[in-house]
Design a protein around this ligand. Structure first.
Ligand code: NDP
Length: 329
């Protein structure tokens, strides 16, 4: 079986030579264990600091060891009463074609209810991230105007649709016309190509003449600066991610306009999806009804073959994905 190992910790741009494809022999499953063949692998921006050797809320990847990440696979051999051959399971044992692991650490998913890959995207942590950010961090209300950054990405495209289903007006930003078209197609009321406007704040103001009540932060940098300027009084920011900063080799200067937080009584709160698992039941209930009524659809960009993992991951930083970036093994 093949798996991807990190060659060394690095800062700066992601390059293919930092990864290597290793061939390993898997043991026979012991009592209580299962052999799983992964079918879908997730690549996510949060993996980037783990490659720099940084301990954040999660440990760094170790050179010479298989990397980790979300994966959905099929049980091929089982020596556990909890799982049978043919069952689908979700795990954090991604970046590899197959693995042997104790059944108790794996989460069984229903591949008849939803396609298996949806558990890595809209119905998985990606969807819950968008949901928790909107529901709990921002507390989005009907009739409010939301700005969703990285709107054509995984969290962004889920969030645009959820916010529309919650009755908000949504302005999206994304890089390139194909992406802004996609944001409109999934329901955004306005979409701005941030690469094609000389002044982001002016473009947002034109799209939201009555101002913005909430900003979903996926990008950081110039996007955050613009948000601090365009938010209305009592505006809220859900700080979900700041992907424009993850490859920085030196710390970047902070926004020059932070006094807006004081003068407009803004609220900015960071969050990590794993802190909000208590919302899971409510999330699945809302998501199923939104999906059944056709309000929410999932969209993926799929690369084929485990050897494409580094390219798929790198693509997150060059904007190669529409919707959730996945690799099909
Ligand atoms: P995406 O599918 O959104 O992929 C990343 C996208 O970011 C790219 O497609 C690209 O879109 C955009 N991007 C990349 N570099 C830049 C840049 N320099 N400036 C502006 N946009 C850029 O990934 P996810 O949906 O998985 O993640 C989105 C954000 O949410 C990330 O910041 C991530 O860290 C965060 N996150 C946080 C979680 C949490 O628990 N707090 C959980 C999951 C994700 P474009 O072509 O439009 O530029």
């Amino acid at each position: 079986s093949r798996e991807i190992h990190l060659v060394r910790h690095f800062t700066g741009a992601v390059k293919p030579e930092y990864f290597t494809l290793a061939e390993v022999d898997l043991p026979e499953p012991a009592e209580g264990e299962v052999l799983v063949a992964n079918e879908w692998l997730s690549v996510d921006p949060y993996m980037r600091p783990r490659m720099a050797g940084l301990k954040t809320y999660i440990d760094p990847f170790m050179p010479g060891k298989p990397m980790e990440g979300g994966a959905v696979g099929k049980v091929i051999k089982s020596r556990s009463g909890a799982l049978k051959e043919g069952d689908y399971v979700m795990s954090m044992l991604g970046w590899r074609e197959a693995y042997v692991a104790p059944a108790k650490g794996l989460m069984k998913v229903d591949a008849n209810l939803l396609p298996a890959h949806a558990y890595l995207g809209i119905a998985g942590l990606t969807g819950l991230t968008a949901y928790a950010g909107l529901k709990r961090i921002i507390g989005l209300k009907e009739g409010e105007t939301l700005w969703m950054s990285a709107g054509a990405g995984a969290v962004g495209s889920a969030g645009i649709q959820f916010a529309k289903a919650m009755g908000a007006r949504v302005i999206a930003t994304a890089g390139g016309k194909a992406k802004t078209d996609f944001c409109l197609e999934i329901g955004a009321d306005a979409a701005i190509d941030y690469k094609d406007v000389p002044d982001l704040r002016k473009a947002i103001k034109e799209a939201a003449p009555e101002g913005v009540n909430a900003y979903f932060e996926n990008v950081g940098g110039d996007h955050l600066v613009a948000a601090l300027d365009v938010l209305n009084q009592f505006g809220r920011i859900a700080a979900c991610g700041m992907i424009s900063r993850y490859n920085d080799e030196t710390p970047s200067p902070g926004p020059h306009n932070m006094t807006n937080i004081v003068t407009k009584s803004l609220m900015m709160r960071g969050f990590i999806v794993t802190e909000h698992f208590d919302l899971q039941g409510e999330f699945i209930k809302d998501l199923s009804s939104w999906m059944m009524s056709g309000k929410v659809k999932s969209r993926e960009t799929v690369y084929e073959g485990i050897e494409k993992m580094p390219e798929a991951f790198t693509g997150l930083f060059t904007g190669a994905n529409l919707g959730k970036m996945l690799v099909k093994v």
